[in-house]
Ligand binder design. Sequence first.
Ligand SMILES: Cc1cc2nc3c(=O)[nH]c(=O)nc-3n(C[C@H](O)[C@H](O)[C@H](O)COP(=O)(O)OP(=O)(O)OC[C@H]3O[C@@H](n4cnc5c(N)ncnc54)[C@H](O)[C@@H]3O)c2cc1C
Length: 265
Amino acid sequence: MAGTLEATEVVVPTSRQDAVAAFGDGGDVTVVAGGTIVVPEITHGRLRPRRAVLLGKAGLAHVTRERGRTTIGAMTAVSELEGLPEPLGATARNVADIEVRRQATLGGNLCAPPGVESPRGDLQAALIALGAQVRSAGPGGERTDPVEDLLVTGPEGRLVLEVEFADPQAGAQSSVRRPHAHAYTILNVCAARTGGEVRVGVSGAGPRAARCRAVEEAFAQAGDAEAAAARILDDVTPHDDALASAWYRSRTLPVLVGRALTDLS
Ligand SMILES: Cc1cc2nc3c(=O)[nH]c(=O)nc-3n(C[C@H](O)[C@H](O)[C@H](O)COP(=O)(O)OP(=O)(O)OC[C@H]3O[C@@H](n4cnc5c(N)ncnc54)[C@H](O)[C@@H]3O)c2cc1C
C-alpha cells in the first residue's frame, strides 16, 4: 500500500518584504529559486518540502552599478552576470550551458548544498575574490556578512537577498571542466585586486568555496605568482568525486592558481 504524502504549502511572495515574511525563521521552509538543483531533488523524492517559497516573483532579480559598486539581487540569472566585472563575468560564462545559466540564479549558486557527486557553487569563488558582502534575512532579522564567513557557517537558515562588492581594479579566473555542455566545473580559481589588496577564492576543492589566505599572504609578501600558488594546499584539501580524484585536483590547483595570479598583472 502506498504511503501517505503530506501536502506541500506553496507560497509565492510578490515583493522582497513578502519574501522575508514568508521565509520567517527558515524553519521547515524550502526556498526555490531557479530550481536547477532543488527541483530534481523534489522530483526524485529526495526532498519533500513542507513549505516551499518560490522566489520568482519576489522582485529580487536586479543588477545595479553605481559609484564603483555593484549590487546583485539573489534571483538574478547567472546569464545576466556574464558581462559583470571579472572574475564574476568569466565564472558565470563558464557555468554549464546557456539553458542552465538562464534558469539558475546567483542566490541558488551561493546556497547550493554541497554536491555529493560534483561541486556546484562556482560563483562563490568569484564572490570571495571580490570581497562581496551578502545581505540575508532569517532568525534575528536582516544582516550583512562577508561571503566567506557565510560559507563557513553555511547559508542554511538564511534567505539570501542580495550581494554587493566594490568594483575591482583587476580580476582573473582559471578553471578546468570537461568539454561537455552539461558538465560541472571541476575546479574554479578566482583572483581579484581591489583597493590594492589581492584576494583569492577556490571552488571545487571542498564542500563549498574557500578563501585562500595562505596564497594571498605569500603573494602580498613576494609578488611571485608561482611561489604563492605553491601554498594552495595549505588553504584547501582536495577530495575525490565523480568528476576528478583528489590527486588530480592537488596537481592541477597550483597551476590554476598560478595562472589566475599571473593574469591579474
Ligand atoms: C547540467 C547542470 C550543470 C551545472 N553546472 C554547474 C557548474 O558548472 N557550476 C556551478 O556552479 N553549478 C552548476 N550547476 C548547478 C546549478 O545550476 C547552479 O549552482 C545554480 O546557480 C543554482 O541556482 P538555482 O537558482 O537553480 O538554485 P535552486 O535549485 O533553486 O536552489 C539551490 C539551493 O539554494 C537554496 N536557495 C536558492 N536561492 C536561495 C536564496 N535566495 N536564499 C536562500 N537559499 C536559497 C535552495 O533552497 C536550494 O537548497 C549545474 C546544474 C546542472 C543541472
